[in-house]
Design a protein around this ligand. Structure first.
Ligand SMILES: NC(=O)c1ccc[n+]([C@@H]2O[C@H](COP(=O)([O-])OP(=O)(O)OC[C@H]3O[C@@H](n4cnc5c(N)ncnc54)[C@H](OP(=O)(O)O)[C@@H]3O)[C@@H](O)[C@H]2O)c1
Length: 313
């Protein structure tokens, strides 16, 4: 039996790993081995039978399939470097990264692991924390077919409702994720603009939210709720649903790739500038939808609304 490893227990990773561990228990398979920079985040997983391992290299040594779900390219690269530098055999191991990273990072990682006869699958996800909790994420998967077939049953109806197969080139799924986030970030900006408009004109955010949910679907409705519930600026001791810096990273990846292909993304540019301004004003503990705070300020209102926290940093 292959043991499964998991590194990264943030807003998304903990929910995803919990669903996977639940599945492993139901199949009477070996318990997952998990690791995270902040090990205490894994306590709920440990309570479900998963095994903590502080050292990523040791985790890799014990597991045949290793999932990673981390903030950005640099964290993924440092994990892969530590696995490569550990001197242990990586032969036939399958690394599955679910983070949002640049296709170039994926390409480099594929090449490095191939030298060690290991496979790399890029399996980024669409959907936020509540969807991850429900096991209903949409995955894109790219990489060697044989490895993808081994991993798909750990995803479909376990962590995700749908797996979009992007073929053997792992950079393709990463590119799809970046492209998808052009829509995500623009939609958050559009919902924020509409809600500021509704508030300032006296129309009211309630009817606006009802319309957004009904006419534009649950994803747009969910973005509206992040504003009206104040989740765009959560309490300083909490973790935002989709941190503003993560969305800025995604927008930058999209802009860089767009520039290389002479594609203009003016909507994304506006949203990115507003997210950067929000982070400058309110600090790191903001959701990606916090461009809303800047839109509020531009309309002569406070950055914070009645449900959000009330101060920066
Ligand atoms: N949130 C969403 O709605 C969403 C949706 C789709 C895709 N994504 C993508 O999924 C990935 C994870 O997102 P998330 O929202 O779960 O992020 P998150 O809550 O910020 O968690 C990030 C994870 O990376 C770890 N990490 C950060 N810096 C590290 C470092 N220097 N060394 C080692 N570990 C480090 C964190 O460890 P600690 O726990 O110790 O901080 C945590 O496990 C990102 O690439 C994001 O863009 C997010």
């Amino acid at each position: 039996m292959t043991r499964i490893g998991w590194y990264g227990l943030g807003s998304m990773g903990l929910a995803m790993a919990s669903n996977l561990q639940k599945h492993l228990v139901s199949k009477k398979a070996l318990n997952m081995v998990y690791s995270n920079r902040t090990m205490a985040r894994g306590n709920p997983l440990q309570a479900m039978g998963a095994v903590p391992e502080m050292n990523f290299e040791k985790l890799v040594g014990q597991c045949g399939i290793i999932f990673t779900m981390v903030s950005n390219d640099a964290v993924l690269q440092s994990l892969i470097s530590s696995a490569l530098g550990s001197g242990q055999s990586l032969r036939d191991k399958i690394f599955v990264d679910c983070s949002t990273v640049h296709p170039q990072t994926v390409g480099l990682t594929v090449a490095k692991l191939k030298e060690k006869e290991a496979s790399f699958l890029s399996a980024p996800v669409f959907g936020g924390n509540p969807i991850a909790v429900d096991g209903k994420l949409v995955f894109a998967i790219g990489g060697p077919r044989k490895a993808a077939e081994v991993v798909k049953p750990l995803i479909q109806d376990v962590m995700g409702r749908r797996v979009i197969d992007c073929g053997e080139d792992a950079t393709k799924s990463s590119m799809l994720k970046i492209a998808g986030n052009i829509v995500t970030v623009n939609m958050m900006e559009a919902v924020g603009e509409a809600q500021v408009f509704a508030e300032r004109t006296g129309l009211g955010t309630g009817p606006m939210e009802e319309l957004i949910g009904e006419a534009f679907g649950p994803v747009a409705g969910g973005y509206s709720k992040r504003l009206t519930t104040g989740a765009y600026a959560p309490p300083l001791d909490s973790r935002p649903g989709f941190g503003v810096s993560l969305a800025i990273k995604d927008a930058k990846h999209a802009s860089t790739i767009a520039k290389e292909h002479s594609v203009e993304l003016p909507g994304l540019q506006v949203a990115q500038e507003n997210m950067e301004a929000a982070r400058e004003y309110g600090g790191e503990c903001l959701d990606s939808s916090s461009m809303y705070g800047i839109l509020r300020q531009k309309a002569g209102m406070e950055f914070w609304n009645e449900k959000s926290r009330k101060g920066g940093s």
